[in-house]
Design a protein around this ligand. Structure first.
Ligand code: UD1
Ligand code: UDP
Length: 372
């Protein structure tokens, strides 16, 4: 009987789950692969939403999330618990994704166990150690540890080459988020609306969660939203609020009681994807949302000062706005009131992928790792 390649995928947050799901589904249907899934559950509710949607049943669940957790405990807990799992599973390859603490600690742990690592969404950089924090350093470390670098774009390939990663270990695959998005939009109908939005108003969809925006920057962002509602009676704001308490406290304090502002719980991925489709403009500090929006032809204002995703800015859909209140108001109103500019910004050419990234990744794994 042919022996299978044992691939252990480890992830823990909502965006990693969305972006790893297409890879896991592809591994499951590939004959010479044995897919094993370990979730750290760095996120709990927001991870489970995605696992359920894509019907992923983890073989291991580290269940580590604590309210308002800190980076030290999170990292240490993942390091210790994955050691036991490696001893039990003895995988041929560990797959990690992106730049979370789950990705950093799992790749480091695999390195200590001398197990090869594949890094999906490798090569993203801002070249600023504290921005985003701690993600820039997380992904640099994961990249140096990894043996296979699955880069989403040409710019990511170039960053890896500049970092001294060997060319024959880098693979340009596209971003698996596009696989997940296209599959979800096609296979899931919009759910019956839980929120009573007015279809005659323009919807601004907002998400925010970055650590470097906690405190004053997030307050500025919320105050800008509050003023936008006051100044424009033809708009409404839909804001699924991330479960991080550092986000919720500020968002509910400033926007909690405003007319035409709908603060809701994080949406399941399918309704969120349809909500993006319905939105007129998206304001976000999310990485994944910036990558998805160009496929849906939605202009995005990015609530960050720097980006590791320059491609969508170059193609015109995405604009970097930062967290200055006046700038957020001015650039949102420009999109609301200037149809010509709006139209220019609704490109549907997506620089991040074509929906086949997961297939490429699994084919590369199969061709490079012979079952032994
Ligand atoms: C994490 C990642 C970030 C990623 C983001 C995606 C790190 C350091 N940060 O940030 O890179 O962009 O996820 O959303 O890896 N919480 C819940 N339930 C959940 C999820 C979170 O209650 O399902 C609350 C908990 O109180 C938890 C807190 O949010 O302690 C923070 O979660 P954590 O994963 O540490 O940070 P995020 O800000 O979510
Ligand atoms: N998302 C979701 N429900 C929401 C908000 C976002 O399913 O209420 C999805 C979104 O479409 C994207 C991913 O979550 O695929 C982004 O996650 P997040 O912004 O938390 O993390 P980041 O991408 O910034 O790491």
């Amino acid at each position: 009987m042919q022996k299978k390649i044992k691939v252990l995928s480890i992830f823990g947050t909502r965006p990693e789950a969305i972006k790893m799901a297409p890879v896991i589904k592809e591994l499951e249907k590939t004959q010479n692969m044995h897919s094993i899934v370990c979730v750290t559950a760095q996120h709990r509710q927001m991870l489970d939403q995605v696992l359920e949607l894509f019907n992923i049943k983890p073989d291991f669940d580290l269940n580590i999330m604590k309210p308002n957790q800190n980076l030290w405990e999170l990292t240490a807990e993942i390091l210790l618990q994955t050691k036991n799992i490696f001893e039990q599973v003895k995988p041929d390859l560990v797959l990690v994704h992106g730049d979370t603490t789950s990705a950093l600690a799992s790749s480091l742990s695999a390195f200590y166990a001398k197990i090869p690592v594949g890094h999906i969404e490798a090569g993203l950089r801002t070249f600023d150690k504290y921005y985003p924090f701690p993600e820039e350093i997380n992904r640099i470390i994961a990249d140096y540890i990894s043996d296979f670098h699955f880069a989403p774009t040409k710019a990511a390939v170039d960053n890896l080459l500049k970092a001294g990663i060997k060319e024959n270990n880098i693979y340009l695959t596209g971003n698996t988020v596009i696989d997940a998005l296209l599959h979800t939009i096609e296979n899931y109908k919009p759910c019956p609306e839980k929120i009573n939005i007015d279809n005659n108003l323009k919807t601004i969809l907002v998400t925010a969660h970055r650590r470097e925006n906690f405190g004053e920057p997030l307050k500025n962002i919320c105050q800008a939203l509050s003023e936008l509602i006051e100044r424009n009676n033809n708009i409404q704001i839909v804001f699924p609020v991330h479960l991080n308490p550092n986000v919720r406290e500020i968002v509910y304090a400033i926007l909690g009681n405003l007319k035409r502002v709908y603060l809701i719980e994080p949406l399941d991925y399918a309704p969120f994807a349809h909500q993006m489709k319905q939105a007129y403009i998206i304001l976000t500090d999310s990485g994944g949302v910036q990558e998805e929006a160009p496929s849906l032809g939605k202009p995005v204002l990015v609530l960050r000062e720097e980006t590791e995703r320059p491609e969508a800015i170059e193609c015109g859909t995405v604009q970097l706005v930062g967290h200055n209140k006046e700038k957020i108001i001015a650039l949102t109103e420009e999109l609301l009131h200037n149809e010509q500019i709006y139209k220019k910004r609704t490109s549907v050419k997506n620089p991040y992928g074509d929906g086949f990234a997961a297939k490429r990744i699994v084919e590369i794994i199969g061709s490079k790792l012979e079952a032994n």
